[in-house]
Design a protein around this ligand. Structure first.
Ligand SMILES: [Zn+2]
Length: 311
């Protein structure tokens, strides 16, 4: 991603790019005598390449550089679930902090055949029981995207999603004990953040910011962030790849920062885990973050039994 997006006006580097990692979270909670399972950010990388921004990257760098050098494929949603011991039918809900780059047709199926993936019949859902939880505002804006947002969405891929596979929400939603979606508009019109209360305290995830240190830039080991915070007095540095509602995004980041508990590893930074995380992986691309939460795994994943009990 471009550095002026991720670090907005705090950029101070010769490199025009930053390196990112997309994160998926598996969240489980107990309620009504059973385990509920949510997948947060199950991005299907192969289908997200239809996003205009990625298409233009491929045009600029060519197929080989785009897929082998400036991006790296780590694994599939299906593969990670298998590793975690979960089956597709175990997933009750999927959600995204917003619908940028997403194409969920294979996850929840379609009402009509799809020329590119299933030309003869509608797509059968990979997750037979999962429903998409999405803010009504995020869904309703799809046919009417602001020009500043169009490079990030694939609105046509949502036209044939069955409505009975969607749960529309408005504002904050308590999913179950210790799990909620907090309405945090700004990066997009209908953005929400995952908030979970765990054995290590409260964690928040969204794409409003790209690193924990963007939520405490005055403490950052990255000089550009620290001096920018000092110069402006800003509490947070937004992920500025959409500028439609910048002030609201700033407010949402402050809200996320206040809700999250301090990191146990370094209490200067909040337990905000960005869904698109600034990563030091690729040495040739851009500056590196000074702090990361790395892998966050709390508790053990359970496989819900069909009768509602636990394995
Ligand atoms: Zn986004």
């Amino acid at each position: 991603m471009k550095i002026e997006y991720g670090l907005w006006r705090a950029k101070r580097s010769l490199s025009p790019y930053l390196w990112f990692k997309n994160r998926m979270f598996i969240v489980q909670w107990e309620a009504e005598g059973r385990t509920w399972t949510l997948l947060n950010e199950p991005t299907e990388a192969e289908l997200s390449v239809g996003t205009p921004y990625f298409k233009s990257t491929v045009e600029k760098f060519g197929e080989f550089l785009s897929t082998k050098v400036v991006s790296k494929f780590h694994g599939t949603v299906e593969g990670y679930l298998e590793q975690a011991g979960l089956k597709p039918e175990d997933i009750d809900f999927i959600t995204y902090d917003h619908l940028h780059t997403q194409d969920i047709r294979r996850w929840v199926g379609t009402t009509k055949p799809q020329a590119d993936l299933s030309p003869r019949e509608p797509i059968k859902p990979y997750f037979p029981n999962a429903k998409l939880i999405v803010q009504k505002k995020e869904w309703d804006i799809l046919p009417y995207l602001h020009p500043l947002q169009t490079i990030w969405y694939q609105p046509e891929q949502f036209e044939d999603i069955p409505e009975d596979r969607i749960i529309f929400t408005e504002g904050d939603v308590l999913l179950g004990p210790g799990a909620m979606l907090m309405f945090t508009p700004g990066h997009t019109h209908g953005n929400h953040s995952l908030v979970v209360n765990t054995d290590t305290g409260i964690w928040v995830s969204s794409e409003n910011g790209i690193a924990a240190e963007c939520y405490a830039p005055e403490e950052s080991g990255v000089r550009a962030l620290r001096s920018y915070a000092k110069k402006t007095g800003f509490d947070v540095v937004i992920n500025g790849n959409t500028l439609e509602e910048t002030a609201r995004q700033y407010n949402s980041m402050v809200q996320e920062k206040l809700v999250a508990d301090p990191s146990k590893e370094n209490p200067k930074f909040p337990q905000v885990f960005p869904s698109s995380e600034w990563s030091p992986k690729f040495p040739l691309i851009g500056p590196k973050p000074s702090f990361r939460h790395k892998k966050v795994a709390i508790g053990t994943i359970k496989r819900p039994k069909k009768d509602g009990g636990q394995t």
